[in-house]
Design a protein around this ligand. Structure first.
Ligand code: GLV
Ligand code: MN
Ligand code: MN
Length: 425
């Protein structure tokens, strides 16, 4: 096997895990920067990664193509052509300065499982499709889950006009990538074509490690609200305007951000809030900032709690802005409800986990996943793989080779024993 990890010498071979880790490393080298992993939607490196994944899909015995939004789509036919599919997948975009497992682990594992089935000549009364979703992280255009929303037929064409930080619109970026923005609708799939959607993903948290388990069964994917905030004050001379006469947009934004942190810290019921991006203008040492843009990401274990918390936070930060005579504009850029995994499908994931000899343990996902969009056309389930140190969205994100192999064996077993809903009862 050409991509076998050199570090495997002298230990028991883990064929699936070895192939997966080798490919994770190859994909991680396709980045915007030589010293970190950054692979953003519709960039040249995103395209380079898509081409490599397409080649792996073909090598695994699938037909493969790039769809209208840039998703990488592979199909392994069943016992006869044209059967509805079990869809597997995850995303191949990353955050900035990312870990290499978030997204690619699920996608590469699914391809390795199909390759294994193909080598053994296994065909099923259903097709298997593997989708590498183009944009799950939403780094470039604020809105997120663009790839899976296009597949689910819920892509909002209005976002085509949205612009990145370099003022390039999504429409322009799609053309640069080699796609036609007028035909995004062609990526949509019908509910009748899918029997289920199953995603394997690094846990991105510390729970499985604390439990001493390599894999877990996801119960639900937590909802999220993302907002774009724009604070407008008055730019002015840093030496001449007395402090009490200033309308400093950045000092105001700092107070708003600290209020968001305080409300999350004192919530006591799992509310988490993040301001991950901020930009102040005009941006000079001797000029009072006149305008600030920042993002807000809020999540909670239940939708009721999140919705109440969002309303409370908005009310409180609006009051601060008013007191400081600042104009505050808040736009919701992303809103997703909590998505429970389908009980019948989750039961099959649990069977596969038990079949591989691991205790069955259920945990919720605090992170967002493509299943949040796919649920509009298919029942959804997820397998989590242990994450070292609970670290994610960070270059230190890591998965043990043996855990990657364990996840792959669980997914393979799930595929081989998969019963569509009617048959599963
Ligand atoms: C995706 O990783 C998210 O949960 O933001
Ligand atoms: Mn992810
Ligand atoms: Mn992520």
């Amino acid at each position: 096997m050409s991509e076998t990890n050199a570090a495997t010498a002298g230990r028991q071979a883990l064929p699936l895990g070895d192939e997966i880790v080798g490919r994770i490393n190859r994909l991680a080298a396709i980045s915007e920067a030589p010293d970190n992993l950054t692979r953003i939607f519709l960039t040249p490196e995103h395209r380079g990664a898509a081409d490599l994944i397409l080649a792996w899909m073909v090598e695994a015995g699938m037909s493969a193509h790039l769809d209208a939004i840039g998703n990488v789509c592979g199909r392994y036919e069943g016992e006869r052509p044209g059967l509805p599919c079990l869809m597997l997948g995850s995303h191949y975009d990353t955050v900035r300065d990312a870990g290499k497992w978030d997204g690619p682990l699920g996608l590469i594992t699914a391809i390795s499982c199909v390759a294994d089935l193909n080598r053994r000549g296994r065909r099923f009364p259903f097709a298997i499709e593997v989708t590498g979703f183009a944009d799950e992280e939403g780094v470039r255009f604020a809105s997120t889950l663009l790839g899976s929303r296009a597949v689910a037929g819920t892509f909002n064409e209005r976002v085509l006009a949205s612009k990145d930080n370099a003022e390039i619109s999504m429409r322009e970026a799609l053309v640069q990538f080699g796609l036609d923005p007028e035909h995004i609708g062609a990526a949509a799939r019908a509910r009748s074509e899918l029997l289920a959607y199953v995603e394997l993903h690094i846990e991105q948290g510390p729970v499985l490690e604390a439990k001493g388990l390599p894999v877990g069964v996801v119960s639900a994917i937590a909802g999220a609200t993302r907002m774009a905030a724009r604070v407008t004050g008055m730019a002015g001379h840093a030496g001449t305007v007395p402090m009490e006469l200033r309308r400093d947009a950045l000092a105001g934004a700092a107070e708003l951000i600290c209020k968001i942190e305080e409300l999350c810290l004192t919530d006591g019921r799992g509310l988490v809030g993040t301001v991950g991006y901020i930009h102040a203008t005009p941006g000079a040492t001797n000029v009072i900032p006149g305008q600030v843009h920042f993002t807000i990401d809020l999540r909670a274990p239940t939708d009721v709690h999140r919705n109440r918390a969002v309303a409370d936070i908005v009310r409180q930060i609006e009051a601060i802005a008013k007191r400081r005579k600042l104009d505050l504009r808040l736009d919701v850029t992303h809103e997703n409800r909590t998505v429970p995994c389908a009980p019948w499908l989750k039961a099959q994931v649990a069977e596969a986990v038990a079949g591989e000899g691991y205790p069955v343990f259920e945990l919720a996902s605090g992170a967002g996943h493509d299943g949040m969009a796919m649920v509009d056309i298919a029942d959804v389930a997820m397998v989590f793989v242990r994450c070292r140190g609970g670290i994610s969205h960070h270059p230190d994100e890591d998965v043990e080779l043996a855990d990657a192999d364990a996840g792959a064996r669980v997914l393979l077993r799930l595929i081989e024993n998969f019963r569509p809903r009617k048959a599963a009862g």
